[in-house]
Design a protein around this ligand. Structure first.
Ligand SMILES: [Zn+2]
Ligand SMILES: [Zn+2]
Length: 412
């Protein structure tokens, strides 16, 4: 009960989050995102009706959201979120929807402590399908659970055949990832941005997940989808939204749902449409704050499976060429918050718990920027962030942008 009240309080706070405190940060190139928090177009309130409604469309039509005026009285927003209805808590805790152990789980501890979540604990060999790529690369993950931290050591090779593309070729890494065993939520919603360059999270196979931007600073996914021409540096994403970068580090920019796809079939045939849309997705990985990232399918308030939609859209006239700053957050557009997560029960937790999703679409049925977490709901372990020996990130950061070690921003 306390938790529900607390969450509701957070919602109220997020609704009233205005430009007042945010404007002091508008020197960074997340200006548009910052503005978006004040926009609150939120007529979208499908949550209250209880049926699994396709969200967002009404909101999307109001495209020129960038008025910046603090319209945000916000009342409609609350209806767009699961917690206010109270329904999830009412579900019987012995429901077959939940996986073993979900009843007893407390949200205090990261799911990363469960060893069954990690793949490649036994060596698995895969191929880099790009010409010149190696055909015998080893996916391996080992998990070390300490008192306050979980340390993942990994080769950084995925559990499926993949394409390095023009970043050819992937080589085995010596990845060391650190997760807080007990995620500590950011105070006053002072969420830290995920790094603009380099890894922002990693998979249950120990592979890096990057943010949307590639070396030249564009949204690599928007480019992959043909939304703009990349005239700065050739960028190409391979099967399942990944490719290799400097140092041979394979990484995903979006999707990654193929991690749990049929391994016996060639990965080159993978399409997102192949993912089972009838069940809640499994965990793809973890953000550096310790919260899990699920695949694209999650539960609505009634435990109906649906594709989880992000709440960002391109600003008018933008294409993604300028990366993250081309997008705004529109409250209620999709299912997820500004960090690309939400608080609901999951198959691993009867109690509502924060988690992220991999998003392929937004609430207006366009592409699902930011695809993975854009900021951290809890405080990330900073050992994952920064140059880590200088191999993180790809391409040289343009001079007008923070470099990898200096890109820790606040306030989405
Ligand atoms: Zn990349
Ligand atoms: Zn979810």
């Amino acid at each position: 009960m306390i938790r529900v009240v607390f969450i509701f309080g957070l919602l109220l706070m997020s609704m009233s989050c205005s430009t007042v405190s945010d404007e002091s940060h508008n020197h960074d190139d997340h200006e548009h995102l910052v503005k978006a928090t004040s926009v609150s177009v939120a007529t979208a309130s499908p949550a209250a009706t209880g049926t699994s409604v396709v969200t967002g469309t009404p909101v999307a039509t109001g495209t020129p959201v960038v008025t910046g005026t603090p319209v945000a009285t916000g009342t409609p927003v609350a209806t767009g979120t699961p917690v206010t209805t109270g329904t999830p808590v009412a579900t019987p805790q012995d429901s077959s929807l939940f996986l073993a152990g979900a009843e007893g789980r407390t949200s205090e501890e990261t799911l990363a402590v469960r060893l069954d979540i990690w793949l490649c604990q036994d060596d698995l060999y895969v191929s880099d399908l790009t010409p010149r790529g190696s055909t015998n690369l080893r996916c391996n993950v080992s998990v070390n659970i300490l008192e306050d931290t979980i340390i993942i050591s990994a080769t950084g090779i995925p559990n499926h055949d993949f394409e390095s593309t023009n970043g050819c070729c992937a080589i085995e890494q010596q990845e060391l990832w650190y997760l807080p065993r007990f995620p500590s939520d950011a105070i006053d919603q002072d969420y830290e941005y995920a790094p603009v360059r380099g890894a922002t999270a990693f998979t249950v196979t120990g592979v890096a997940i990057y943010g949307p931007e590639d070396g030249p600073g564009g949204d690599a996914v928007a480019h992959e989808l043909g939304l703009y021409e990349e005239d700065r540096q050739p960028i190409d994403l391979g099967v399942c939204g990944g490719h290799s970068g400097p140092g041979g580090q394979y990484h995903y920019h979006y999707d990654a749902n193929c991690i749990h796809w049929h391994a016996e079939t060639s990965s080159t045939n993978y399409m997102f449409q192949d993912v089972d849309s009838s069940v809640h997705s499994a965990i793809l990985g973890f953000a550096f704050d310790g919260y899990a990232i699920y695949g694209s399918y999650g539960w609505d308030m009634n435990f109906e499976v649906k594709e989880m939609r992000s709440s960002y859209q391109l600003i008018d006239g933008a294409t993604g060429y300028d990366g993250i700053s081309d997008y705004i957050y529109v409250v209620g557009l999709g299912d997820l918050d500004q960090c690309n997560g939400h608080i609901t029960p999951t198959p691993h937790s009867v109690e509502p718990v924060y988690h992220y999703h991999s998003t392929m679409h937004n609430g207006a049925d366009a592409h699902g920027f930011p695809y993975f977490p854009l900021c951290y709901h809890a405080i990330p372990d900073s050992r994952n962030i920064g140059d880590m020996g200088g191999t993180r990130g790809e391409g040289a950061a343009p001079t007008d942008r923070p470099t990898n070690s200096g890109n820790r921003r606040r306030r989405p």
